[in-house]
Ligand binder design. Structure first.
Ligand code: WT7
Length: 658
């Protein structure tokens, strides 16, 4: 076992590395990588749609192979491989079992209390078929939306794949969201069924999930069935007319559910994500293009060989990272994965690394916020584990600052494993910008170049491409197979959010960025009212609307404040009703109120009391000025304010409270 690292030596080494601007693929890695030169970018650029078509035929076993690549006859409503047919669950399961890999472990699952379960491809297929039949027995048909609100347990994979098998788009809600958020998402997607759990474990405690769901779900008229997974064994009330235990329903169900071939453009899932307004956006992904995008990127960005590699993505399945790189990408590629139920610091701060050692993980994918937390906890927690099998590391969710990048490279990767910084979004479905680890140098602070078949441009406000080095708006300038197809039930919002500003051929990302001479893209951050807290996306409007729904709140303005641990954190300026005065107790009350409305992840870290808020003459709150105050900066231009005095008072109020 390696000895505990000398903290000073580590700091000196990180200081040296900070001087280094680029990291070439190490010789042993590049020597055996799946892609070792950059020519693939140029090859794809000749005819991206034709290139993607070729990839789709190679990566997937179609029931009806598509003759068409891209259909761009009605931009921005693009279609891919529209005359092809396939079943997503069969791509993930049946074809691997048929090829003789039924005994291969699909998931090494680790429970919070030390339990282990190895689930093979054959077992996952058997469970998926029974669950699919259980859904059908309750009247769920192709096209019906099914909600899923489950923790990181194997049943969540079965639930997702069973929906895919019968063509019922799933609508997964991250387990950290409140029951109220689940209700809202079930209502707006008109979900016919919900698959949830008796209770969820978190750091040794049990959260009564079913009971919380029961309190709100009565109001959702479309919901006919609630399927309940028995996980913690806590007592739950079951409504005999509506609720059914998953293990009972599966035991009664037929073992065979042959996969039906669906159109490539059949909706695979909806995933709600935050936008500029309080209403979350139901991002719709379809089947053939999405699977092509996730299978390609998972295989080639992470250089994965299904027979040898063990893949560990630390995300939650409730986010797009989990959908694409825990469920669909790895399973489409027939890879063995690790899945962990618990938090990164439970039962101890080295649990991820212990699981890497125990599973023999070779490729690890996590978020910068987690890396920064690990840095804080100290290198000794990492060094206790033997990580010699690791050969590649990935980062996602927010810009990774060079210090965290170097720590990841040095402490986790032992200076041996390439680090890929992957930029993408819920909307893009799959990774768009990064480095191919066997072919391109990594540059800390920059995600990399657009992948083959992807094309990006940094533009000014008028949509003109900017010279290299200048900061502007990131756009994607060609359709790609795994792109969102619309926002559920709201084509207009789809068009106005992404395609109105620069026209139906230029996808507006919502990030500010810069491109260097070599085309490497650095992401600066969001340009809209979206906050990124620990890689989790929240809208200022969503948190504001939760705050003002409290009877004692008159007005609220929410901003994302720079935070060294979580990237950004939520700060809320709150005006209370009448002559009420804010105090610590009220801070607690409002934080809990937001937790109940949205989820704990949306709780403001800071609440600042304000008698009045800075507004323009047209009544728009000037968040830029609030950010200046929260981050303790000199105030920017205040001349456009209706009442410039407001800022002086606010500054005085904030200072007095500190
Ligand atoms: C936003 C999308 C993609 C899965 C997780 C987040 C930010 C994402 C990076 C990166 C800098 C990044 C962007 C983007 N983002 N990856 N590697 N470097 N920023 O998905 O919730 O849809 O959020 O996350 O701002 O627009 P999401």
């Amino acid at each position: 076992m390696p000895s505990a690292p000398d903290e000073t030596a580590l700091q000196t080494r990180l200081g040296e590395l900070l001087e280094q601007e680029r990291f070439a693929p190490s010789v042993p890695f590049a020597g055996s990588a799946l892609i070792t030169d950059e020519s693939v970018h140029a090859a794809a650029a000749k005819d991206p749609a034709a290139w993607w078509h070729e990839q789709a035929l190679q990566l997937l076993d179609w029931d009806v192979a598509p003759q068409q690549g891209l259909d761009d006859s009605q931009p921005p409503f693009y279609k891919w491989f529209a005359d092809g047919k396939l079943n997503a669950s069969a791509q993930c399961l049946d074809r691997h079992v048929a090829a003789g890999h039924g005994d291969r472990v699909a998931f090494h699952w680790y429970g919070e209390e030390g339990e282990t379960r190895d689930i093979t491809y054959a077992q996952l297929l058997a469970d998926t078929q029974r669950m699919a039949n259980a859904l059908k027995a309750r009247g769920v048909k192709a096209g019906d939306v099914v909600g899923i609100f489950l923790p990181m347990i194997p049943e969540v994979l079965v639930a997702i794949l069973a929906c895919a098998r019968i063509g019922a788009p799933h609508n997964v809600v991250f387990g950290g969201f409140s029951a109220e958020s689940v209700r809202e998402r079930m209502e707006v997607s008109e979900a016919k069924a919900l698959i949830t759990v008796d209770g969820a474990r978190r750091k040794g405690r049990t959260a009564p999930v079913k009971a919380a769901v029961d309190e709100v779900m009565g109001e959702v008229g479309s919901l006919e069935t609630i399927f309940v997974v028995r996980h913690t064994g806590i007592d739950v009330a079951m409504d005999p007319a509506r609720d059914v235990w998953v293990h009972e329903a599966m035991a009664e169900a037929d073992a065979d559910c042959p996969p039906e071939a669906f159109d490539a453009e059949h909706p695979l899932f909806i995933l709600y994500s935050s936008g500029s307004t309080a209403a979350p956006k139901g991002i719709v992904h379809t089947t053939g293009g999405y699977l092509t995008g996730v299978a390609w990127t998972h295989r080639y960005v992470f250089d994965l060989r299904p027979e040898e590699d063990v893949w560990f993505c630390s995300a939650d399945v409730g986010w797009i990272t989990g959908h694409s790189y825990i469920v669909y990408g790895p399973l489409a590629n027939g890879v063995t994965s690790v899945m962990y139920e618990g938090a990164p610091d439970y039962p101890h701060k080295g649990i991820w690394w212990e699981l890497c050692e125990r599973s023999g993980a070779t490729v690890f994918y996590t978020a910068p916020t987690a890396i920064r937390a690990c840095m804080k906890w100290g290198a000794e927690h990492v060094k206790k584990a033997d990580l010699s099998k690791l050969r590649l590391l990935g980062s996602v969710g927010e810009p990774i600052n060079p210090k965290a990048w170097l720590w990841y490279w040095e402490v986790v990767g032992g200076g041996r494993c390439p680090v890929v910084d992957t930029w993408w979004q819920t909307e893009t479905g799959a990774i768009m910008i990064t480095t191919l680890p066997g072919a391109q140098d990594a540059k800390p602070g920059s995600a990399g170049t657009p992948l083959p078949g992807v094309s990006a441009a940094v533009v000014d406000d008028a949509g003109e491409e900017l010279p290299r080095g200048e900061q502007g708006l990131l756009t994607l300038t060609q359709p790609w197979p795994s792109m969102l197809r619309t926002l559920y039930g709201d084509d207009d919002r789809y068009v106005s959010t992404y395609w109105e500003r620069f026209g139906p051929e230029t996808y507006l990302v919502g990030d500010a960025s810069r491109q260097d001479e070599e085309g490497y893209v650095s992401i600066i951050g969001r340009v809209d009212d979206v906050i990124n807290v620990s890689g989790h996306r929240l809208s200022t409007a969503e948190v504001e609307s939760a705050l003002v729904s409290h009877p004692q709140v008159a007005e609220a303005a929410v901003i994302g404040q720079a935070d060294e641990d979580t990237g950004q954190s939520i700060a809320a300026f709150v005006t209370l009703e009448g002559d009420l005065h804010g105090d610590d107790e009220m801070v607690g009350v409002l934080r809990e109120h937001v937790a109940a409305r949205i989820g704990k992840l949306a709780r403001p870290k800071r609440i600042l009391w304000a008698d009045d808020l800075p507004k323009t003459r047209s009544g728009k709150i000037m968040r830029r000025l609030l950010r200046d105050i929260a981050e303790g900066r000199a105030l920017g231009d205040v001349t456009t304010l209706r009442d410039p005095e407001v800022m002086k008072e606010l500054e005085a109020q904030v200072k007095a409270a500190q």
